[in-house]
Design a protein around this ligand. Structure first.
Ligand SMILES: Nc1ncnc2c1ncn2[C@@H]1O[C@H](COP(=O)(O)OP(=O)(O)OP(=O)(O)O)[C@@H](O)[C@H]1O
Ligand SMILES: [Mg+2]
Length: 206
């Protein structure tokens, strides 16, 4: 598949299909001869991985401001150590979650506020902005069902454990992000089969 974007993010609610679709996209791009780096937030570096463990551990109570700083710390490390060098080396970077997630979860659904998140994220990334952010859009209860089945979320991490109403606000936050940055964000319906969602994704990227 032909590609005009070099730094692509897939984001969306829990269980929307980000990881599955990212793997498919990576395969399609590699088949087309691209050198592809697949990476994830929070994480993507050893330091980011350590921060991810802190962020997701249900053992911790983390204040809203601390939470943003931790996500932004992971992102700063990721941008400097991995994403910028990969783009400079000509790789296509596919990232599982990025700034849109911080905007939706911490900025809109959480208590921090969108403007604070936008400000701190700009510092963390030093202005590195994805060429395209694809929001996989799905009712959060469907995503949770995909992830955890009918039994519910016993194994859920600290953020997944939030009430469904929180995840509804997260979904709304992703729509607000897309409305705020319409030239570099697209919403893709993620409710169909994996094949259908991938077809939508390809159409959007082309
Ligand atoms: N279109 C789909 N229809 C039904 N099930 C799906 C679809 N896409 C993915 N799944 C399944 O739903 C679960 C969640 O998918 P996936 O891990 O890709 O989502 P995710 O957005 O990466 O989730 P997470 O928020 O945990 O990172 C997996 O078991 C996957 O096989
Ligand atoms: Mg995933």
């Amino acid at each position: 598949m032909a590609l005009k974007h070099r730094f692509i993010v897939l984001d969306g609610v829990e269980g929307a299909g980000k990881s599955s679709q990212l793997a498919r996209l990576a395969n399609a791009l590699r088949d087309a001869g691209e050198d592809v780096l697949v990476t994830i937030e929070p994480g993507g570096t050893p330091v980011g991985g350590a921060i991810r463990e802190i962020l997701l551990s249900p053992a911790h109570t983390i204040t809203p401001l601390t939470e943003i700083f931790l996500f932004c710390a992971s992102r700063a490390q990721h941008c400097d150590q991995v994403i910028r060098p990969a783009l400079a080396a000509g790789q296509v970077v596919l990232c599982d979650r990025f700034s849109a997630a911080t905007f939706a979860y911490q900025g809109h659904a959480g208590e921090a506020g969108e403007e604070l998140v936008v400000r701190l994220d700009a510092e963390a990334t030093r202005g590195l902005v994805p060429d395209m952010t694809i929001i996989l859009d799905l009712p959060p209860e469907e995503g949770m069902l995909r992830k955890f089945g009918e039994e519910g979320a016993d194994a859920a991490d600290r953020i997944e454990r939030n009430a469904l109403a929180f995840h509804e606000r997260v979904r709304e936050g992703f729509h607000r992000y897309a409305a705020r940055y319409p030239d570099r964000t697209a919403i893709v319906d993620a409710s169909g089969s994996e094949d259908e969602v991938f077809a939508n994704l390809r159409r959007t990227l082309n």
